[in-house]
Design a protein around this ligand. Structure first.
Ligand SMILES: CC(C)(COP(=O)(O)OP(=O)(O)OC[C@H]1O[C@@H](n2cnc3c(N)ncnc32)[C@H](O)[C@@H]1OP(=O)(O)O)[C@@H](O)C(=O)NCCC(=O)NCCS
Length: 195
């Protein structure tokens, strides 16, 4: 069963936010957040009900992650005991010719948007990509998702192309930007806080 949406209210201080790498024990809470995001936002790829609901599956995926390649980060408010309020995933294909590329997906619970959570998660993910010696991070974003597009541009992504009619949302076609940045050519090497 899914948890109810946490009523965190405004984040009183950004410092209370903890960003950590998701581990198998976070699987149920992360899945719950993903289902919430699918319900809250039509800017996510999946519609409500399309995401697998098996906790074992997500635990298995997190357990298979190592210190290289794919990873998931979660943003939590430990003092408020509401589970993760934000999530970023970087997926790396298991092929040598593409092992330097991460595909990024980001989501923040609607109760916590506009308070810097997305920016902090994105920066932590980019730092972790550098630490893992990834060279390129790419993503797709619907062109009318102005908040996300603005955030990605501010954090160093550039628009590489327009994916015309790449999605059908609510019966209408939607274009997406293909965005990417080359991460090893700039920035720091700091690691995220592991649990
Ligand atoms: C897009 C999303 C990840 C942003 O996370 P967030 O925590 O709300 O973002 P932040 O508070 O860190 O804000 C980062 C930047 O986004 C932009 N932004 C924030 N709120 C905005 C708004 N209402 N309108 C336009 N831009 C906005 C600003 O550029 C902001 O930076 P600034 O405050 O320094 O000006 C989040 O809103 C979300 O998960 N939305 C639903 C799912 C989604 O769209 N995911 C991305 C799919 S590609």
């Amino acid at each position: 069963m899914l948890e109810p949406t946490p009523s965190t209210g405004p984040l009183s201080a950004e410092a209370h936010l903890v960003i950590s790498q998701a581990v198998p024990e976070d699987g149920a809470a992360l899945l719950s957040l993903q289902h919430r995001l699918d319900r809250q936002s039509s800017f996510m790829l999946l519609e409500p009900g399309e995401r697998p609901s098996s906790v074992e599956e997500i635990r298995g995926r997190l357990a298979a992650q190592s210190s290289a390649g794919s990873f998931d980060l979660i943003a939590s408010l430990p003092r408020q005991h509401v589970g993760p309020v934000g999530w970023v995933s970087v997926e790396v294909a298991p092929y040598r010719r593409a092992a330097h590329v991460g595909h990024l997906v980001l989501g923040v619970d609607a109760a916590c948007t506009g308070q810097g959570v997305g920016r902090r998660l994105l920066k932590a993910a980019l730092d972790e990509c550098r630490r893992r010696r990834l060279r390129r991070v790419e993503l797709t974003v619907m062109v009318d998702n102005l908040r996300a597009v603005q955030l990605y541009l501010q954090c160093g992504f550039v628009v590489e192309g327009l994916r015309r009619t790449s999605l059908i949302r609510d019966g209408g076609s939607v274009d997406e930007y293909a965005m990417a940045q080359l991460v090893l050519s700039s920035g720091s090497e700091s690691a995220v806080v592991d649990k």
